[in-house]
Design a protein around this ligand. Structure first.
Ligand code: CO8
Length: 203
């Protein structure tokens, strides 16, 4: 079981919703599985019609509870992945103020080609993981100013990979973070990011 993050930052200090309906976290997992299944499928005409009808029904059900940003559940749950179904989920195994270690598995939906994760999915993962970490441990809210990615070797999908994030240093309002993804000992990605603490009143 993953430890829950110590602090879920919310821009503008709005509180995260605390009431999570029974089964919602399972639904989020199902939704991710749906995206993987969609990517992996080559349905015939009848299967396409059936799937399309079921998705249309699903959209209708979800639209019944459409709400504003501050009341939605997606992206705001205190669980790995925050209930955000677009972003690869980083499971944290250990974390201090200075270093965070965990794992990530890029599902089939993140396929770029020939078994490798899409080059855009990797910065998406780092922006979210760095963003959470740079704002954790009671630190004031900061936004991503820049993000640099070096693709050192192919990042495979459907493989448990290790992720390390480091809080390198803080200079005034500037926070510097670095990170990497490894497949076993093999270095796949190196990343660095600059986060800037927001000026008072800035959004
Ligand atoms: C719960 C998990 C949530 C995960 C969320 C993930 C995080 C995100 O994705 S945030 C969304 C993406 N980021 C954004 O939309 C940010 C858009 N940009 C901005 O809002 C602003 O440009 C912002 C806040 C980054 C900086 O603006 P501002 O506060 O006015 O900074 P400013 O006063 O000009 O500069 C401060 C310092 O940073 C430096 N700086 C600013 N931007 C950059 C940059 N892109 N690159 C390098 N240095 C920069 C400046 O040179 C200055 O340095 P110094 O103090 O040495 O002179």
């Amino acid at each position: 079981m993953d430890p829950l993050p110590t602090h879920i930052p919310n821009w503008w200090d709005k509180p995260a919703p605390v009431t999570i309906p029974d089964g919602y976290a399972d639904f989020v997992e199902q939704f991710r599985t749906l995206q993987d299944a969609m990517t992996a499928a080559a349905p015939d005409a009848e299967q396409t019609r059936t799937a399309s009808r079921l998705v249309a029904e699903l959209i209708e059900v979800l639209k019944q509870s459409e709400t504003d940003e501050w009341s939605q559940l997606s992206g705001r749950l205190p669980v790995p992945g925050r209930g955000q179904t677009l972003i690869p989920v980083v499971h944290i195994n250990s974390e201090t103020e200075h270093e965070s270690r965990g794992t990530v598995r890029f599902g089939r939906q993140f396929l770029g080609g020939n078994g490798a994760a899409h080059g855009g999915a990797i910065p998406l993962m780092f922006d979210d993981a760095f963003g959470r970490f740079a704002n954790a441990h009671g630190r004031a809210i900061a936004r991503t100013a820049n993000l640099h990615i070096d693709y050192r070797s192919v990042t495979p999908i459907d493989t448990d990979l290790t992720v390390t994030l480091r809080f390198d240093r803080e200079e005034g309002r500037k926070r510097y973070v670095t990170g990497e993804i490894r497949d076993g000992d093999r270095l796949c990605v190196e990343a660095s990011g600059l986060f800037i603490v927001l000026k008072p009143g800035a959004a």
